[in-house]
Design a protein around this ligand. Sequence first.
Ligand SMILES: [Zn+2]
Length: 171
Amino acid sequence: MTDSTARTPDKLASAQPAQDQTAQDQTASAPVPPASASQASAPCPCGGYPKGATYSQCCEPALTLTTWPPTAQQLMRSRYTAHVKGDEDHLFRTWHPKTRPARIDVGDGAEWIGLRVEAVSAGGVQDEEGAVEYRAAYREPDGSSGELHEVARFVRRARRWMYLGPAEVLG
Ligand SMILES: [Zn+2]
């Protein structure tokens, strides 16, 4: 089930702590054609869950409302991917009504370039609450880069996982 093909995720490489991206040499030895118009075989922007899963196997069902993510981590990943894709609707509907802003605007120009989930606390299929610690790297239009490091809290509402907000924003 783990597909560890040598498709180089380049800037979206570090989705999970284990860094075993074996090939950076897309040009040299990869027999795979470039994922052009269709991103069918490229890893999901979140890095893939499980690692290396494609967008259609990973976050797309959430963004298209085909399924609601069954765990807090998967909801968190789908929200990251929604940031990458500028999907404000998904960010809005996955944010708890109690804490979400009236309007979500992701058009600030920053480009999200990688997600790393560092720790998960509860948030499973049997849980009602959970937390996910992650680092999300971004690049500003001026070329500077930064990282958001957050412990995000999630709760179920009407059986669906919702983002509640940061428990902590760590430096
Ligand atoms: Zn994903």
